[in-house]
Design a protein around this ligand. Structure first.
Ligand code: SAH
Length: 218
């Protein structure tokens, strides 16, 4: 069950969360404002209501998690989102990260491979707030060729390698942020498409994501 009411207490807890993320090194004001504006408890079962503003990942069903707010802020900051950019997200999950991107006025295309999570997100009553956010059921390894090319690509699951089709679907000058590595730990990478077929790679901190799996799950 979900509850869509935002109390003063929850607003206060959210402000504290934003302060702690700032202290951990996230300095992009637009990212911090987005975290401050989005009631994270709307994306969680009421069982988590009292702890929704702890800087932790929580289960969202189907063996998946809503990412830690620090991780959401970290990836979003690396993406350097500008209004009206086309952004492809792999791994909708709870749709919290997608809403952060939408709050930054990007045109967001987000893909989820698990039908049950995709269906749950469709019940989300705040879609009217984000007309710039579209949901797709599919395999993120395929990307969304119909809507390509994208200015930015964000992968929110642990990728064993950089998916070739996602590189193809980037604009020249575009960036991809993706955690790459094994099951336990992944390195955050930022890939810039310098020209057709020519990429630059930057390496950032280690994280631990749920795996990016191939194929759709009914
Ligand atoms: N961005 C999410 C984090 C979800 S965890 C949030 O803010 O809540 C990662 C999600 O990626 C899971 O829901 C998982 O089912 C999904 N996923 C894993 N592999 C995928 C793939 N190949 N294509 C699309 N989604 C995938």
């Amino acid at each position: 069950m979900r509850r869509y009411e935002d109390s003063y207490k929850q607003k206060g807890l959210r402000k504290q969360l934003v302060d702690s993320i700032l202290q951990k090194g996230i300095t992009d004001q637009s990212v911090l404002a987005a975290i401050n504006n989005i009631p994270r408890h709307y994306f969680l079962d009421t069982a988590f209501e009292s702890i929704a503003y702890e800087d932790r990942a929580f289960p969202i069903g189907e063996g998946q998690t809503i990412s830690q707010p620090y991780t959401v802020a970290y990836q979003t900051q690396l993406l350097e989102i500008k209004p009206f950019e086309k952004v492809l997200e792999i791994g909708t999950g709870s749709a919290y990260q997608a809403c952060v991107l939408a709050e930054l006025k990007a045109m967001v295309f987000t893909i989820e491979r698990q039908k049950r999570l995709f269906d749950l997100v469709k019940l989300f009553p705040f879609k009217a707030k984000y007309p710039n956010l579209r949901f797709f059921y599919g395999d993120g390894y395929e990307g969304l060729p119909t809507y390509a090319p994208f200015d930015k690509v964000l992968v929110t699951a642990a990728a064993p390698m950089i998916p070739e089709k996602l590189l193809q679907q980037m604009k020249v000058g575009g960036k991809m942020v993706i955690p790459v590595g094994g099951q336990e730990v992944q390195r955050m990478l930022r890939i810039t498409k310098v020209s057709e077929g020519d990429f630059e790679q930057e390496m950032f901190d280690n994280f631990s994501f749920v795996p990016m799996l191939a194929g759709k799950k009914a």
